[in-house]
Design a protein around this ligand. Sequence first.
Ligand SMILES: *[C@@H]1O[C@H](CO)[C@@H](O)[C@H](O)[C@H]1NC(C)=O
Ligand SMILES: *[C@@H]1O[C@H](CO)[C@@H](O)[C@H](O)[C@H]1NC(C)=O
Length: 344
Amino acid sequence: MKGLSCSFLITFLLSLTLSSAGTLARDVSKRAIPAGSLQRVNSFGSNPSGTQMYIYVPKNLASKPGIIVAIHYCTGTAEAYYSFTPYAQQAEQYGFIVIYPQSPYSGTCWDVSSEATLIHNGGGDSNSIANMVTWTIGQYNADTSKVFVTGTSSGAMMTNVMAATYPELFAAGTVYSGVGAGCFYSSSNQVDAWNSSCAQGHIISTPAVWAGIAKNMYPGYSGSRPRMQIYHGSADTALYPQNYYETCKQWAGVFGYNYDSPVSMLPSTPSPNYQTTNWGPNLQGIYVTGVGHTVPVNGTQDMEWFGFTAALWGQCGGKGWTGPTVCAGGYTCTFGNEWYSQCL
Ligand SMILES: *[C@@H]1O[C@H](CO)[C@@H](O)[C@H](O)[C@H]1NC(C)=O
Ligand SMILES: *[C@@H]1O[C@H](CO)[C@@H](O)[C@H](O)[C@H]1NC(C)=O
């Protein structure tokens, strides 16, 4: 008798909880994350590699916000990368959310070497980070066409891995001093392994081979892929500059561009010592003479690449215009006629 009423009570309480959970869960977790400061998210769904999730939700949150995933370097943390990069301040300006994943390994490099992380839904770090993105899209009704990934050094390697393993999630990526996706592969299937041959620039291959490696990270996928922007310094002795060329080969191969004949090579762009190479609308390389490990983050350029701002002198408004409506650094969106406004 006692057992019966007890189990009845439990069933009753459980059904109460369940019936309200659907409507409450969303509001509660949203309210639980204060805007305007870096916050840890303890539960974002399946987290196979035990990666930690931090988030910055701006006070000025857009109604259908974009998302930037910003991935730290070795020895870094979510908080360090939050301080090191301008994305949180820019989030207040443009209304997007920033996700800062944090590596679960001692030394806090990312796992860009194991089979688990180098394949779509393989249960590695890439899988955990993808789940953070999916959770955030659901919680904040985010704009799935404005989800981006960026990182520095080990985080840049991870950016290439995310672009290859979860191409369907991201519209664009920016890589600050990394290596191509799969270059750090561990022949003994070690998690979080260092690969000296790759780091020292000895892994040299063709665009076709590199593209095959990237495409095999999500076999059978034929949808859209993120536009990629690759930065590297000529004096990098941690991840040798050869990795710049190999990474550009990889994405040129993926997009079907002829690596050997880029569309344009622009010296002193965007600033002295920077050379910008365009292979097509989906791939831009920026090689920086005299800069070592790592190339500093250029937040203004990132906002342009991700499409939160129009390039200087770009269109920013007009009838039927669906592109960016905010201009980069100091420029004003100026009315020309009803069909055309321009950053001036
Ligand atoms: C380093 O990576 C390359 C692929 O880029 C691979 O062939 C090689 O076996 C890796 N080295 C080790 C020690 O795993
Ligand atoms: C960053 O990008 C902006 C916009 O392209 C450019 O004006 C600026 O010179 C860049 N800064 C550096 C250090 O390259």
